[in-house]
Design a protein around this ligand. Structure first.
Ligand SMILES: CC(C)(COP(=O)(O)OP(=O)(O)OC[C@H]1O[C@@H](n2cnc3c(N)ncnc32)[C@H](O)[C@@H]1OP(=O)(O)O)[C@@H](O)C(=O)NCCC(=O)NCCS
Length: 157
């Protein structure tokens, strides 16, 4: 069945609240309002989501991607990442970022499959002693045409 990836809207709130247990319901609402959830739709039902934020307000950071278990390994996760990458490119991003815990080999392998490369690890004191491994992926930003300043020479075609 074809997969559509869209920015999540209010209709997806209840579904997201049952799936995204890593953050408080208040944060789910804030991310939803900010347009920072993408959902994958198969048929008419959501089957996976991607939540992101902006590191330094400049680098899109995929905080979490999760596909419902019965829908895994059928391209849903890849479709979410591809749609996110395209949306971030449109916004002028030239680098993507994500992370996963050092003791989770499967998500790490999956990020690498999607073109991400290791870029270091951090620990977070008592909050998380297991290192969090960070990954980045360079992307080609959409060319932004800048207006020619008044009085400047017109560039040759
Ligand atoms: C990681 C996850 C999002 C992948 O989603 P998915 O829809 O199963 O992935 P896809 O079907 O798009 O995978 C595409 C390819 O990667 C492979 N793949 C899928 N899961 C993989 C894994 N865990 N490790 C390595 N390869 C994997 C698939 O076999 C497929 O390869 P193919 O095209 O050669 O058959 C999903 O397994 C998931 O929700 N896991 C639990 C949450 C999690 O760990 N999230 C990541 C950390 S934030």
């Amino acid at each position: 069945m074809p997969i559509a990836v869209i920015t999540a809207g209010k209709d997806h709130l209840d579904w997201l609240l049952t799936r995204d247990r890593h953050i408080s319901p208040g944060w789910v609402l804030r991310c939803l309002a900010a347009g920072e959830y993408l959902v994958a739709i198969e048929g008419a039902a959501p089957v996976g989501f991607l939540r992101y934020s902006w590191f330094w307000r400049a680098i899109p950071y995929m905080e979490l991607i999760r596909v419902d278990e019965v829908h895994r390994r059928s391209g849903v996760g890849s479709a979410l990442v591809a749609a996110w990458e395209a949306a971030m490119r449109e916004q002028g991003a030239s680098l993507l970022m994500t992370s996963s815990m050092a003791d989770e080999p499967e998500p790490r392998a999956w990020h690498r499959r999607n073109g991400f490369v290791d870029s270091g690890a951090l620990t977070f004191g008592a909050l998380q002693a297991t290192p969090e491994v960070f990954f980045v992926k360079a992307i080609e930003p959409r060319a932004i045409r800048r207006p020619t300043p008044p009085g400047s020479r017109t560039p040759r075609p």
